[in-house]
Design a protein around this ligand. Structure first.
Ligand SMILES: Nc1ncnc2c1ncn2[C@@H]1O[C@H](COP(=O)(O)OP(=O)(O)OP(=O)(O)O)[C@@H](O)[C@H]1O
Ligand SMILES: [Mg+2]
Length: 361
């Protein structure tokens, strides 16, 4: 169900191909699949790409200059000929909470009940909120657990208007970490999975249990902060490509001659690690240290997940296995298909892939 399901007309076009569109502060990334029946594979990549978003247009998920964003979306439309899109919403702007309703509550009454719960869980007046909910399976419980995702109407309306003005029809909107989860979390994992999307300007955190996003949070540090730190010690004029190369080939591995790069990167990455640890602890306490909801693994996505040595560093300091996500996990088996996006680049596509995988059935 989409956050916008309340204001969109009944979708008669859902069988149309949909492009997943991930709008971040600095880039728009898109992915579309088309169905295929060859060799046990059910889909193939049809379109993908990214378009830079100049700074100052979207900031921490808030659209500051709608007409410039429309221009980017038009460029996307010209390139892809897309009509129907599924768009991610910034987790910075999302309000997630869990609540319960009595077992046996008629479906048509649930939304009304939840409206009354918004006030105590979302710091904006409930009439200014759009929300969506998912019922979480709860066996033999008297109460049914419900997870709610809410956004200020204004936030969604801005993204909606920008799409419409660019001639695109948004079919659904969802929190980006929920899309990442659809792409990367393997089926039948036990416990909860923490998603860490280490991008350019920020690191998005999500916690998913049984395919449902239950917690999200943002750390305002991304790959750019690593580049800035490196420039302070290596010189202000070192090219970004060279820094990317240093991050990805040397990274957190201690050098033999000098540990300068390692030390510089560690001082920034350790801040992210501490922030992750705090959120992990919060999650476990909030859930009464339930075994069922214990975080059993951390999956890393986002372009900055390419940082050499990151999975080992995080695994060791957090005490939980931290692995690079397979962004194609739920798209197709990698032994049958070699995706055209190279492995390093693909980490940044997790959100767009998850959006493109969404279906309404
Ligand atoms: N091979 C690579 N290809 C692309 N990006 C890379 C690569 N290696 C490292 N990176 C870094 O990844 C970052 C981009 O990551 P990503 O594409 O996930 O960010 P974004 O989605 O545009 O931004 P954000 O999510 O922070 O708003 C940059 O800092 C870039 O330097
Ligand atoms: Mg991103």
């Amino acid at each position: 169900m989409s956050v916008l399901s309340k204001i969109l007309p009944p979708p008669t076009f859902l069988s149309m191909p949909c492009v997943g569109v991930d709008i971040s502060d600095t880039s728009l990334k898109y992915v579309a699949f088309h169905p295929t029946r060859s060799a046990g594979v059910s889909r193939q990549l049809k379109q993908w790409g990214d378009i830079d978003i100049p700074s100052g247009i979207v900031q921490r998920g808030q659209i500051l200059d709608i007409s410039k964003l429309v221009a980017v979306l038009k460029e996307f439309k010209d390139k892809t000929k897309a009509e129907f899109v599924r768009v991610s919403l910034p987790e910075e702007r999302a309000y997630l909470f869990e609540t319960t309703v009595k077992q046996g509550t008629p479906i048509k009454e649930i939304r009304g009940l939840l409206e009354f719960r918004l006030e105590e869980n979302v710091p904006i007046p409930s009439q200014d909120v759009f929300f969506d909910y998912l019922l979480i399976d709860s066996e033999e419980n008297r109460n049914v657990q419900v997870s709610v995702a809410a956004y200020a109407k204004e936030t969604i309306q801005q993204y909606y208007d920008a799409c419409k003005e660019a001639g695109l029809h948004p079919v659904s909107f969802e929190v980006e970490a929920q899309a990442v989860a659809r792409a990367v979390v393997p089926k039948n994992v036990s416990g909860a999975t923490m998603l860490v999307d280490f991008g350019k300007t920020r690191t998005g955190i999500g916690i998913v249990h049984q395919d449902t996003l239950l917690y999200t949070s943002t750390i305002d540090i991304g790959g750019d902060a690593l580049s800035q730190a490196l420039r302070k010690v290596l010189g202000a004029d070192v090219a970004e490509a060279e820094l990317t190369n240093l991050k990805n080939t040397q990274g957190l591995i201690r050098g033999i001659d000098t540990t300068e790069v390692h030390d510089t990167l560690i001082s920034t990455v350790s801040v992210i690690k501490d922030e992750i640890a705090t959120r992990m602890q919060y999650w476990h306490v909030r859930n009464g240290n339930s075994e069922e909801r214990r975080i059993t693994s951390v999956l890393l996505s986002g372009g900055s997940a390419n940082l050499k040595g990151l999975p080992a560093y995080l695994s060791e300091s957090l005490g939980v296995p931290c692995l690079l996500a397979n962004v194609w996990e739920n798209s197709f088996p990698l032994d049958s298909i070699v995706p055209p996006i190279n492995s390093r680049k693909s980490f940044g596509y997790a959100t767009a892939i998850g959006l493109a995988l969404k279906s309404d059935t």
